[in-house]
Design a protein around this ligand. Structure first.
Ligand SMILES: Cc1ncc(COP(=O)(O)O)c(C=O)c1O
Length: 463
């Protein structure tokens, strides 16, 4: 093979995700925490996996995941306040492990042309727990694929290919998903051209936004959506996360305005609740806060109970209009084991009252973080809902200049104390605990955050 051009792949997008592989503090942290066994695994991982941002090379190794805890090869435990949003019911829930094991023994696979009772039961369950008339479903093995289906369905149902989505959003790694996504890391550089007609607008978020306003950003965002809907005239769908993962919560009335604008222009509304669905924000689906029902809802991640990969697109019955095509015909579409995992996960969430737990312990966490904001000059803003919450770190509360370096320092200080989370947009400490996290677990985590902030502020010379 001739020499491949490499220049484009050297372009490094900045900032959207924190703690990228090249973070300078990684090396120092690893020197203190990685033992020989872990080093050997990290080396093999690095040698044989394709390197990509926020993936390989890795920070550390994992040998155990149980409940809300993960453990590395040095025996150090971390409360997992990230969990890729798969660990709603905690890692390795015994009831789920048992259900999956039994299902594997009874019926391990369902080939095409054979209806599978557990898959049908899951589809029926989703029709019951999702809002409004959402009731027709397809399953995939990942959220990104489910987004692709949602986009195809919107094209088929409306006869239009264009979309509106938010800059800075993430909807997955597929071509469609990364085209409607708004993060340079996943859509930019050498991978293009992306899908045509994927219009983007700046997202709402009063603390930091493209308009430079300190209030009213949601009004501006809604007007931009209305404006593009009107000017383009043929937008098939608006796709967004109802609660932005940064996190930013839309003010009351925002999604109603978007819903009305979509209806007025014959466009569909797609909600991506892949991380937030199944209770993360303190309601089964975060769109329930606004009382807005999308035409298509996409869920995934935690649906497989943190063990198996499964995602789902659920839509209104009137969108069931493509019988002669096969947009979501995936090999494991109706897999009895993954669908058993999903069904059991939903049962666990309902029977253990996990949505209610996320709402009440989430309120408590937010209150404590607000109180920390009074004591920690680094915290510029605290926001969130349920178990999706965060603190934005700034160098100066007036200018709101991002304190990315400090956020990185807090991340490593917290890891050393046994708490794992991620930073987003460079400076937002983002917490997405498992729904089984109790108030005393939360106290542990918040104490770690408090102590880590104190340590970093003293290192940086704050009073
Ligand atoms: C909002 C959102 N949409 C889509 C996806 C893609 O899901 P998956 O990684 O399962 O393809 C993610 C994953 O992080 C997500 O957070």
């Amino acid at each position: 093979m001739g020499k491949l051009p490499t220049a484009k792949s050297k372009i490094a997008p900045q900032g959207a995700e924190g703690d990228v592989n090249s973070s300078p503090r990684r090396g120092a942290w690893q020197a203190d925490h990685i033992n020989d066994e872990a080093r050997e695994i990290l080396d093999r991982d690095e040698r044989y996996f394709l390197h990509q941002s926020v993936s390989t090379p890795c920070l550390n190794t994992i040998r155990k995941a149980e409940g809300i805890w993960i453990e590395d090869h040095a025996g150090k435990r971390y409360m997992d306040f990230h969990g890729n949003n798969v660990h709603h019911i905690g890692y390795g829930h015994p009831r789920l492990v048992e259900a999956i094991t039994r299902q594997m023994q009874e019926l391990p696979f369902a080939p095409r042309r054979f209806a599978c009772d557990v898959a049908a039961e899951l589809a029926e369950k989703l029709a019951h727990i999702t809002p409004g008339s959402l009731s027709k479903t397809l399953f995939t093995t990942g959220g990104s694929d489910a987004i692709e289906i949602a986009l195809k369905m919107a094209r088929v149902a409306t006869g239009r290919f264009k979309t509106i989505s938010f800059w800075d959003a993430f909807h997955g790694a597929g071509f469609g998903a990364s085209s409607v996504g708004g993060e340079e890391m996943f859509r930019g550089g050498p991978v293009g051209p992306l899908l045509p007609g994927t219009e983007h607008v700046p997202p709402f978020g009063d603390y930091r936004n493209a308009w430079g306003v300190r209030e009213g950003s949601a009004e501006l965002c809604a007007s931009q959506i209305r404006y593009v809907l009107e000017k383009e005239g043929d937008i098939g769908a608006v796709i967004a996360e109802p609660n932005r993962a940064v996190p930013y919560i839309a003010p009351a009335g925002f999604w109603q305005q978007v819903r009305e604008a979509c209806d007025a222009h014959g466009s569909l509304l797609i909600f991506d609740e892949i991380p937030t669905g199944l209770g993360k924000t303190g309601k089964m689906f975060s769109c329930e806060y606004d009382g807005v029902v999308p035409d298509i809802l996409v869920i995934g991640k935690s649906l497989g109970g943190g063990i198996l990969p499964i995602a789902s697109v659920i839509c209104k019955p009137e969108l069931d209009v493509a019988q002669n095509y096969a947009y979501g015909h995936y090999t494991h579409e109706k897999n009895p084991v993954t669908t058993r995992a999903a069904l059991t996960t939903i049962q666990i969430i309902e029977e253990e009252g996990l949505v209610e737990n996320a709402a009440s312990v989430g309120d408590y966490a937010l209150e404590r973080l607000m109180e920390m904001k009074d004591r920690h000059p680094l915290i510029g803003d605290v926001r969130g809902r349920g178990f999706l919450f965060g603190a934005e770190l700034v160098k100066d509360r007036d200018t709101r200049e991002q304190a990315n370096d400090a956020a990185d320092m807090v991340l490593y200080a917290a890891l050393s104390r046994g708490l794992s989370f991620k930073t987003t947009m460079g400076n937002v400490l983002t917490f997405t605990p498992s729904l089984v996290t109790t108030r005393s677990d939360m106290d542990f985590a918040l104490n770690v955050i408090d102590e880590s902030l104190t340590e970093v502020e003293s290192e940086l010379g704050y009073a």
